[in-house]
Design a protein around this ligand. Structure first.
Ligand SMILES: Nc1ncnc2c1ncn2[C@@H]1O[C@H](COP(=O)(O)OP(=O)(O)OP(=O)(O)O)[C@@H](O)[C@H]1O
Length: 281
């Protein structure tokens, strides 16, 4: 059911071929091209634009705030279907990099190429309106606090994202209901966000990030406020909705267990990429 190019509902569960736990199977998003999920084959730590298979390729990004250098020349390619963790000490530039890749902020210099059906598009050349449109239709976001609207129900929060993409209310609500069910939240559709646990609210946020058919999901400390069992559950849901379904996930985290669940980890220090696990693969 697609009148909007990016609009999707989750497919029905099917047998999962990977070694996955019962929780992972519970959140599986089958019907989508799991074959598209490939481990990153290897890249230089400063690998930038023109990477084959890259959905997003940043080259030589810099960003300063007054005397603070947040990004000191970062190049990185995000491949289709990979789960990429960004780690590093507080202040090392993780969120600045995530926000740059997601078009939330514009770097001072450098390029960010978005690859897709529309060919190659340079994000740093886009107008604010174009980047807003991109964030709404092609990207999804999951943040630590969920950033959900407390006065709306779970269903309304997810449906709203689809409606902002131009989907008519009934279809948006139908898709929202399916995504909430896929996230294990059937029966909780009409609860307001305050009536959900932290882990349940994060799963609403994941459903919201996916209802528009986002091909790249950006998550900033999505498990930061959760205990370790709930954190693991939310990561399972997040991976099932993204990289395990052929979409890309870029996640900023301090939690080594979250990073260990991803395909690849880059470590930052002082606005630079210090280490890229793909380079050691
Ligand atoms: N809007 C801003 N104004 C001024 N300085 C900023 C701004 N945003 C980030 N910085 C500074 O840029 C540097 C990198 O910040 P960033 O938030 O990217 O780090 P981080 O690695 O995500 O940190 P944390 O793990 O604490 O969230 C820090 O020194 C920070 O204080």
């Amino acid at each position: 059911m697609t009148s909007h190019p990016g609009f999707q509902t989750p497919a029905a569960p099917q047998q999962n071929t990977r070694q996955q736990s019962a929780e992972q199977t519970r959140y599986a998003q089958p019907g989508l091209d799991r074959a598209a999920h490939q481990p990153y084959p290897g890249a230089h730590p400063t690998a930038g634009a023109h990477q084959p298979g890259a959905v997003l390729a940043a080259h030589a990004l810099t960003k300063t705030y007054g005397a603070t250098v947040a990004l000191a020349g970062v190049s990185i390619a995000v491949r289709a279907g990979e789960a990429l963790a960004i780690m590093g000490a507080s202040g090392s530039g993780k969120t600045t990099l995530l926000h740059s890749l997601a078009g939330i902020i514009t770097p001072d210099s450098g390029s960010i190429e978005l690859h897709g059906d529309g060919g190659r598009r340079e994000m740093t050349d886009m107008s604010e309106a174009q980047r807003t449109d991109l964030r709404r239709t092609e990207f999804g976001f999951v943040f630590q606090e969920g950033m959900l609207l407390p006065e709306l129900t779970a269903l309304e929060n997810v449906a709203l994202a689809a409606m902002l993409c131009g989907i008519e209310r009934k279809r948006a609500e139908h898709a929202a209901g399916e995504w909430l069910a896929a996230m294990g939240l059937r029966g909780m559709e009409s609860r307001r966000i305050g009536e959900l646990s932290g882990g349940q609210a994060q799963r609403v946020a994941i459903a919201r990030a996916q209802v528009t058919g986002a091909r790249i999901v950006f998550a900033d400390e999505p498990t930061g406020a959760l205990d370790s069992a709930t954190s693991s559950d939310v990561m399972t849901a997040l991976l099932a909705a993204t990289s395990r379904a052929g979409r890309s996930l870029v996640v900023v985290t301090h939690d080594p267990e979250v990073a260990a669940r991803c395909d690849r980890t880059v470590r930052m220090r002082d606005g630079r990429i210090l280490d890229d696990s793909a380079a050691r693969a």
